[in-house]
Design a protein around this ligand. Structure first.
Ligand SMILES: N[C@@H](CCC(=O)N[C@@H](CS)C(=O)NCC(=O)O)C(=O)O
Length: 390
């Protein structure tokens, strides 16, 4: 059988999530960069936008989006190696961690990549252009980096980075490192002895930006050695947990959540709940103003439109304005679907853990249309009664 192909690049946030999954599951794959003509000639026209990662299966099927890539592959691995925990609390927590990792940690990832040019930019320039152009002279490469980095730099403000809030963003990230590092004292992965979608969600920002770019990599190594080791472990095709001794690959016993993980969840409740709620409310507001948007329509009309305006919420006692990203609703819906799928008997245990962390509103909030996915695009779901904070 031909191997899978992952169109990706080392410095790309979401590529790190998909690559880690392929490696941890020991799936044979080769990686191609977006500078490869096959990406431009075949993948972009088929997917309808420039986006990475994209997985090409041996039968030629193209799968875009890390959630769908993991789903596509996870159906083929042994149940006891699935990235989706079988028990309800772990499963819901894994969805929440995937959301926070891929979307919530974007802010420190962007800040530490683009606001430290003295230490970062020489590396970034070579690293980006090596994947974006195959061959080419230095002048071409520098031009490609200038173009792509301008876009990404301006995206930092879309994710809430401003001069004013930078010190607080750094304090918040340092607190995150301390909590995650403390949790890793007890287990090699977030939910115990093997990685779940929560770990893969964390891996995007923590690998591509925060462990790899020069400035934040030193911070992580100095402040949170266990987190740095977790990143290394998440790229290894073996357990890579020697420092834990004779550790089992099971998740925590009895669907349990240790105190160190409860502390991390409480941090996510403090840091991210208001933002997530504001995103859902803002997408609902957009839908109220666009009653023509119908079930199955591509969200915002074009697959490469990612933002539906801005929203402002209170973060650490200060107003923060960010872009509204409808895609996040896809992740929140999947969290709620996982809880519903576990059945009414399982719900109280999930709710207790979420309530303790102040995250229970995420179990109930609902816009008038969810974001779903079809044919590698985000599409609107059916109309429903919204449930929003008053
Ligand atoms: N939801 C997507 C996000 C993928 C994504 O945003 N990838 C970035 C690179 S890390 C990208 O291709 N950005 C291109 C652009 O925004 O134009 C996933 O999980 O795969």
């Amino acid at each position: 059988m031909d191997p899978y192909i992952l169109y990706a690049m080392p410095g790309s946030l979401y590529s790190g999530k998909a690559r880690s999954y392929l490696r941890k599951q020991r799936i044979e794959y080769v990686e191609r960069v977006p500078g490869d003509p096959r990406y431009t000639d075949a993948v972009v026209p088929a997917i309808g936008r420039w986006i990475i990662p994209v997985l090409e299966a041996p039968d030629g099927t193209l799968v875009q989006d890390t959630v769908d890539i993991i789903d596509h592959l996870d159906g083929q691995v042994a149940t006891d190696r699935s990235a989706y925990p079988a028990t309800p609390v772990h499963r819901a927590v894994a969805h929440l961690l995937e959301l926070f990792g891929g979307e919530g940690l974007l802010r420190p990832a962007m800040h530490y990549r683009w606001d430290f040019d003295d230490t970062n930019v020489a590396f970034l320039s070579k690293d980006f252009s090596a994947s974006l152009v195959l061959g080419g002279d230095d002048e071409t490469r520098d031009g490609v980096f200038a173009f792509s980095s301008d876009r990404m730099r301006s995206a930092t403000t879309a994710f809430g980075v401003s001069e004013d809030l930078m010190p607080e963003i750094e304090r918040s990230y340092e607190q995150f490192l301390d909590l995650f590092d403390a949790h890793l004292a007890g287990s090699p992965y977030l939910l115990g002895g093997r990685p779940t979608i929560g770990d893969f969600g964390f891996m995007g920002p923590l690998f591509a930006h925060l462990a790899r770019d020069p400035h934040p990599s030193v911070l992580m190594k100095r402040r949170a050695q266990r987190v740095w080791r977790w990143v290394e472990r998440m790229n290894a095709p073996v357990l890579d947990a020697g420092e834990y001794g004779d550790v089992s690959e099971d998740l925590f016993a009895d669907d349990g959540v240790p105190d160190s993980l409860r502390a991390l969840l409480a941090y996510i409740g403090e840091e991210y709940l208001d933002e997530a709620v504001a995103q859902v409310a803002a997408v609902d507001g957009w839908l109220a103003e666009h009653p023509d948007a119908a079930e199955g329509d591509v969200v915002l009309g074009k697959p490469n439109r990612r933002f539906s305006g801005t929203t402002t919420f209170e973060w650490r006692g200060r107003p923060m304005t960010v872009a509204v990203v409808p895609y996040r609703l896809y992740l929140i819906k999947r969290l709620q679907d996982a809880v519903a799928g576990a059945g009414p008997d399982a719900e109280p245990a999930v709710r207790a853990v979420f309530t303790e962390a102040g995250l229970d509103p995420l179990l109930d909030i609902r816009p008038r249309r969810w974001v779903e996915r079809a044919d590698n695009h985000e599409v609107w779901g059916p109309l429903q009664d919204p449930v929003l904070p008053s």
